[in-house]
Design a protein around this ligand. Structure first.
Ligand SMILES: C[S@@+](CC[C@H](N)C(=O)[O-])C[C@H]1O[C@@H](n2cnc3c(N)ncnc32)[C@H](O)[C@@H]1O
Length: 280
């Protein structure tokens, strides 16, 4: 029987984390992400000596960039998935960042005192949650008065794809339906400002941003990465069990997506929103 509850902070499916961040191929993808490209809007507000929390840090490569920017200020990366925390600590071993540490922590119930950090950031995490406002309140709880909270959140209701690709359209739809099964959504970026206000924070900056790929290597990397999600994530096993699609169709979609990505001139972009909020 599929696990249809969302009671656990780490949604599981057949004893595996539903979102699949334990899978090596998925961790490798997130380890490519660097602070200057993903959180430049947050980094520009940091100064040396600030204490920072990166919540839902994944393999921690973004967190490393933040730790470099605020050294000697203390930076903690926390994540619900112990495998991600172990990967983050291992990747940081040779980085010579004594001000950086990683620990397990749930964004809905953070293991930190009130008013602990000068700044808090969370990238691509609240999409997974049925209670994103509760998570943002929790980020607000642990930041000091006058401190800032930076959030990125996808909104894949806006996607740009040229030339058209039926398999990509189907992928976006199925992925969103998979997120819905656990109460999350990939399409909530447009609501980020309202969520932060509901969490009791003051929004000081809010803007849309597209992540895109247009060089052959980047398109191959991005779309090939999505095909790896289809092939690896327990979320897609669950989607099959729910009768939304079968494995043969998913395999054919992966082949079509890879073929699409290999053609000259292929272009794909997906939207999101970024916000800075302040605790008054
Ligand atoms: C899409 S990855 C993003 C990783 C990194 N922040 C980045 O932008 O590259 C989402 C991360 O959020 C973590 N996560 C999901 N739910 C969480 C929760 N309730 N508390 C803390 N982390 C969570 C996952 O384990 C995963 O590492």
């Amino acid at each position: 029987m599929p696990d249809t509850t969302n009671a656990s902070p780490m949604p599981m499916h057949n004893d595996k984390p539903f979102y699949g961040y334990h899978v090596d191929a998925i961790q490798e993808q997130y380890a490519q992400r660097a602070a200057p490209s993903v959180v430049s809007f947050f980094m520009e507000r940091l100064t040396p000596g600030m204490s920072v929390l990166d919540c839902g840090c994944g393999p921690g490569t973004i967190t490393q960039g933040i730790a470099r920017a605020v050294a000697p200020g203390n930076v903690i990366g926390c994540d619900l998935e112990p495998g991600m925390v172990a990967r983050a600590a291992a990747l940081a071993e040779d980085a010579d960042l004594p001000n950086l540490s990683f620990q397990v922590g749930n964004i809905l119930d953070l293991p930190f005192e009130d008013n602990t950090f000068d700044a808090v950031v969370s990238c691509a995490v609240t999409e997974h949650l049925s209670e994103p406002v509760k998570a943002m309140s929790e980020l607000g709880r642990v930041v000091k008065p006058g401190g800032i909270v930076g959030i990125t959140r996808t909104d894949w209701s806006a996607t740009l794809v040229s030339p058209p690709c039926d398999a990509l359209t189907r992928f976006f739809d199925l992925f969103e339906r998979g997120f819905h099964l656990q109460g999350g959504t990939m399409n909530g970026g447009k609501h980020l400002g309202g969520m932060l206000r509901d969490a009791g924070l003051t929004v000081v900056d809010l803007f849309p941003a597209f992540g895109s790929a247009h060089t052959p290597e980047a398109v191959d990397n991005m779309v090939g990465g999505w095909a790896e999600w289809i092939e690896n994530l327990p979320l897609f096993d669950r989607i099959i069990e729910e009768g939304m699609v079968d494995r043969a169709t998913l395999d054919a979609m992966c082949a079509e997506m890879r073929e699409w990505a290999a053609q000259p001139g292929a272009f794909a972009a997906t939207a999101g929103c970024r916000a800075i909020a302040r605790k008054d």
